[in-house]
Design a protein around this ligand. Structure first.
Ligand code: ZN
Length: 305
């Protein structure tokens, strides 16, 4: 593929890849920071995204509206794009009462995500359990259409972000997530690259492997969905069942390699929001940001006359 950097899209000039941590970095807590202080501290580190963790939430928002709005205000002031990771207690492929409770949890998270002005509320779709995979997936799809309709009737603007999952018993292969994004209104693609790597026993080994995923996304959802995807990234350890543990970026023995993804981000002129889920959160988010910068600069210098 040849890249002509003189003919870059306009959105590539105004939009850029954003980086930030999944949750509040431990150092911020040691400094005594409260949640609304986080965007300013991230901005001072040179980061520009933050994924608020609502992972333990139940069927009601577990933060006050005023606090959520304050966080949103600080995020806008400091040019930090907010996202939310919704409740882990969601299974849209379960029994009827489980599905109904899961829908209420998603609505509760989406409500607070809207208060803070988060652009996407990421969530895990569910578990196949004792159901046939196709049946479980169909149940999820129907439930998500209902959640999406309920969100619209409540005037909630945040996008639903179904995430690609890393364990064999979880709903959320790349194909399933792409189908959800095609069929459910108001969705935003969320690709967890570590999960993709773990689910398929370490398949992201070369830049070409990342490129193949980007091409598939573009083919199914179009170029805009590809360019603006929401991403999770960390190195990952896996077993035959998939994801086991997240690892820091510098751990050589684990994949995937962020530099390969950076190559693809540059080649496809993507501007994803990149949330770092390694144990080192903001520190590794900055490392990823540096790697992308190096890749872009080296491509630019090669393209220069
Ligand atoms: Zn997740």
């Amino acid at each position: 593929m040849t890249i002509n950097l003189k003919n870059l899209d306009r959105d590539w000039m105004t939009e850029h890849t954003r980086f930030g941590p999944a949750g509040v970095p431990p150092m911020f807590r040691l400094m005594g920071a409260k949640t609304p202080d986080v965007p300013k501290l991230l901005h001072e580190e040179g980061l520009d995204a933050f994924e608020y963790q609502a992972v333990q939430w139940g069927q009601k928002p577990q933060m006050k509206q005023a606090d959520a709005e304050k966080l949103g205000e600080e995020a806008r002031k400091n040019d930090v794009r907010l996202s939310m990771h919704g409740s882990y207690f969601v299974n849209l492929a379960g029994k009827r009462d489980v599905v109904e409770a899961s829908k209420r949890r998603l609505i509760a998270c989406a409500t607070a995500a809207d208060w803070m002005g988060a652009y996407v509320m990421v969530f895990h779709t569910g578990f196949y359990g004792r159901f046939e995979k196709d049946y479980a997936f169909k149940t999820c799809l129907d439930a998500l259409k209902a959640v999406s309709a309920e969100m619209r009737s409540r005037g909630l603007k945040v996008k639903l972000g179904p995430e690609t999952m890393g364990r064999k018993f979880q709903v959320g292969t790349l194909d399933e997530i792409l189908t959800i994004c095609q069929e459910v209104e108001g969705t935003q693609l969320v690709v967890d690259w570590g999960h993709l790597h773990a689910l398929h026993q370490g398949t992201l080994k070369k830049t070409e492997d990342f490129r193949a995923i980007a091409e598939k996304v573009e083919q199914k959802l179009g170029v805009e969905a590809l360019k603006s995807m929401h991403c999770h990234f960390s190195k990952i350890e896996f077993t035959s069942q998939g994801e086991k543990r997240h690892h820091p970026l510098d751990e050589e023995r684990y994949g995937p390699d962020f530099r390969m993804l950076a190559e693809v981000i540059a080649d496809f002129q993507m501007h994803p929001t990149m949330i770092c889920e390694s144990p080192l959160l903001d520190i590794d988010a900055r490392k990823m940001q540096d790697i992308l910068k190096q890749v872009l600069e080296s491509k630019q210098s090669k393209a220069a006359p």
